[in-house]
Write a protein that binds this ligand. Structure first.
Ligand code: GUN
Length: 291
């Protein structure tokens, strides 16, 4: 079993991005600028946004965090979006999800200029991804493909089973893994919370990508010997063995599943750090006008 070290690969990519920033500066060109919009104080969202801003700083990108209280109105957030669309200094921006219930995520995502939508969530950009046009790839699926690539894991003709059908991970992941490309070209099955006897499918998986959001959902009896397992989940679990009183766990029962795998991503240090560097890669694309 080989561990897929997302922390190491993301550090390599950050170095590549930092080198690119040095080149851009030397040529007198603009440095990428990412803006993150955070509404309310959801603890997980605060952590994600802080990590994104920190990663920008590490590679030399400009970054701005815009914070608003949970009671801002939808109209007020739409005004923020319109300002960001018009601001020529901003190359790309994200509106961190989830939003407070009184604000329609769909309305906000539709208002984002697709050229600045470095999350790749706008329906125009989703459509371009599905039809294979050059576009910002959604960060988590793109980060997973990058891991497969950097570990030279063969995917062509393999059976990839994706658990989860969210717009952010499961659905775009299934699209990327089935397209005609070097680290893709799989037969793909999507399973979700309404799939009866999920084990029947997971046992057929050469590559199993788990993004269901349930701690330790995938157990050893559900995994084929030699499978590649990618765990997208991240959960805080109570623990009396740590000072903080909790530990992080994924959607996969890592301890018991790992011995059966050819490759597996740990939690933390697997997919998480890759999501952030994919966002930086998209922001660089936006700055260079590559999309
Ligand atoms: N919430 C969870 N993941 C994401 C993400 O990748 N982008 C945004 N904007 N919100 C999220």
């Amino acid at each position: 079993m080989e561990l897929i070290d997302g922390k190491k690969i993301s550090a390599q990519i950050k170095q590549e991005l930092a080198d690119e920033v040095v080149r851009l500066k030397a040529e007198g060109k603009k440095v990428p600028h990412l803006v993150a919009v955070l509404v309310g104080n959801d603890a997980a969202s605060e952590t994600y946004v802080a990590s994104k801003v920190k990663a920008c700083r590490e590679v030399g990108f400009k970054s701005t965090e815009l914070r608003y209280s949970a009671d801002m109105t939808e109209e007020q957030l739409l005004e923020v979006v319109e300002k960001l669309n018009a601001d020529t200094d901003v190359d790309g921006y994200i509106v961190q999800l989830p939003l407070p219930k009184h604000i329609s995520e769909q309305k906000i995502l539709l208002a984002i200029d697709p050229d600045k939508d470095v999350d790749g969530f706008h329906p125009c950009n989703v459509g371009k991804m599905v039809t294979g046009l050059p576009i910002y790839l959604p960060a988590t699926p793109a980060g997973i493909v990058e891991l497969l690539k950097r570990y030279h894991i063969p995917t062509q003709g393999k059976h990839c089973v994706v658990i989860g059908r969210s717009n952010i991970v499961g659905t775009p992941m299934s699209v990327l893994m089935s397209r005609k490309a070097e680290y893709a070209d799989c037969t793909v099955t999507i399973c979700h919370s309404r799939t009866p006897d999920i084990k029947e499918y997971t046992l057929q998986a050469d590559i199993l990508i788990v993004a269901l959001g349930k701690p330790h959902f995938v157990t050893a009896d559900m995994v084929k010997e030699g499978a590649v397992v990618v765990d997208v989940g991240i959960h805080r679990i109570a623990s009396d063995k740590t000072k903080s009183g909790f530990r992080l766990a994924g959607d996969v029962d890592f301890e018991n599943v790992a011995p059966k795998c050819s490759y597996i991503t740990p939690v933390p240090g697997g997919v998480g750090p890759m999501t952030i560097v994919s966002l930086l890669q998209n922001t660089l694309k936006a700055c260079k006008g590559l999309v």
